[in-house]
Structures are given as structure tokens and as C-alpha cells.
Design a protein around this ligand. Structure first.
Ligand code: HEM
Length: 210
């Protein structure tokens, strides 16, 4: 981690900006996105009306670009640089926190690939709500597609949940070992809950007769 510190100690404000963007707006968007898509658990009609609602919001393209795409772009570009300068000598690290640190960076890269694929697949090349639903259902109905989709979604969820914990440390909210252990546990519970929710959503979409 010494190499990382050497590269990053001068980037204090950029790093803080990168950190806050991970929560506002990107983390909030991720939670909202999962909540809205839980309509798929109810059934195809409920899910279709949510997708229609999202797509027909006024100024949706402008909001998507300014509130989602640009923050993710900045977070991803600087994040890739952080991963590049990170010290990731696996065998040197034996403690759980170090493995979580490594996983934070591995899931960053998987999330990057997944977000690019997901945006192209469900937002750029699909036109109607029916196209989106059919595209998702077709992918999830193959075992390989289901596993890859799950890896992408779970990576984003872990990256966000563990990131919420490191965010609270970065901003000096968690002082002391006991409170840090408690929040590490709570954020991993959040991670488990969101992973379970997303698994149920993906299974329900895979079962849709589309
Ligand atoms: C779903 C999309 C994403 C969300 C919700 C998200 C959220 C977060 C959060 C909350 C943090 C913690 C900030 C802190 O410790 O102060 C974080 C850290 C990080 N993110 Fe992301 N992120 C996302 C995508 C990405 C992508 C695509 C990359 C780059 C490939 C990336 C790279 C990183 C890195 C390297 C860190 C660690 C920074 C550090 O240790 O200081 N993230 N992210």
C-alpha cells in the first residue's frame, strides 16, 4: 500500500470527490435501480409499467447523462487509476480487511465491464420496453448468461456495500475499532440483503414467458 500512498497523497481533493461520487449519486442510483426493478418479482406487467415510467420521465436523457453517466465516468476513470497504482500482493495480506480491500478493487474492474455491457444492452441497442424485457429474459434463460449477469450485479453490490464502509472511514465518521467492526458487519449484511434481492429479481425475469 506504500506505493499507492506515494501516488495518491497529492490527490487529496480528487480522491475525496471520487469517494463522495461513489455514494452520491452512484450508490443511491444503484439502490434505487434495484428497488424499482424489484417490480419484476410481482410479474411482467408490473415490471413493464416501471420500465415505461423510467423511460417516459421528462428530461430523462439529460438526467441520465448529468446525474448518472458523468459521475460514473469520473468515478470509473479515477478508480481505474487507483486500481492501477494499488499494491495487490495477495500472499502478503492475510487478514480479512486486506482481502476485502483486494475484492473492492477486483469488483471495481468487473463492475466497469458489466456497467458498459449493461448500458449498451438495455439502454442503447434496445428501443421499446418489450425489447428490454425480452433481451434480459433471453440472456437469463441460458445458464452462462445467468451466471455472468449475477457476477456483474453482485460485484456492483459488493463494491458499493464495502465502499459505503470505507467511505465512512475516509470521511472520519467511524472512530475506534469497535464501531468499525460493527459497521463492517452492518454493511456486509446490507450486501447480503441486496445480493438476495437481486438473485430473486433475476430468477423471476428468467422465468418470464417472453
Ligand atoms: C455501481 C457502480 C459503483 C458504485 C456504486 C461505486 C461506489 C463506490 C464507493 C461507495 C466507494 C468507497 C469510497 C471511499 O472509500 O471513500 C468506491 C470506491 C472505489 N471505487 Fe467505486 N463504485 C462503482 C463503480 C466503480 C468502477 C466502475 C470503478 C473502476 C473501475 C470503481 C473504482 C473504485 C475504487 C478503486 C475504489 C477504492 C477507492 C479507495 O480505496 O480510496 N468503482 N466506489
Amino acid at each position: 500500500m506504500a506505493k499507492e500512498k506515494e501516488h495518491l497523497h497529492s490527490d487529496f481533493y480528487i480522491r475525496r470527490f471520487h469517494s463522495i461520487l461513489g455514494i452520491i449519486p452512484i450508490g443511491i442510483f444503484l439502490c434505487l435501480h434495484l428497488t424499482l426493478n424489484s417490480a419484476a418479482i410481482i410479474g411482467p406487467e408490473a415490471w413493464a409499467s416501471v420500465i415505461n415510467g423510467m423511460r417516459s420521465m421528462p428530461f430523462i436523457i439529460l438526467a441520465e447523462i448529468t446525474l448518472i453517466a458523468l459521475p460514473i465516468l469520473f468515478h470509473a476513470i479515477y478508480g481505474t487509476y487507483v486500481v492501477y497504482v494499488s499494491d495487490m500482493h495477495f500472499l502478503q495480506y492475510q487478514y480479512l480487511n486486506n482481502w476485502m480491500y483486494i475484492l473492492q478493487r477486483v469488483t471495481a474492474i468487473i463492475t466497469l465491464i458489466f456497467v458498459i455491457y449493461h448500458v449498451i444492452f438495455v439502454r442503447i441497442i434496445t428501443e421499446t420496453t418489450m425489447d428490454v424485457m425480452a433481451a434480459m429474459a433471453n440472456v437469463l434463460q441460458t445458464p452462462l448468461g445467468f451466471v455472468l449477469e449475477l457476477i456483474g450485479v453482485w460485484s456492483a453490490i459488493y463494491h458499493f456495500s464495502n465502499g459505503l464502509f470505507t467511505f465512512l472511514i475516509t470521511w472520519g465518521v467511524l472512530h475506534g475499532e469497535r464501531i468499525q467492526k460493527l459497521f463492517s458487519f452492518l454493511t456486509m449484511m446490507l450486501c447480503a440483503a441486496l445480493c438476495l434481492l437481486s438473485l430473486i429479481i433475476l430468477i423471476r425475469i428468467a422465468m418470464m414467458p417472453i
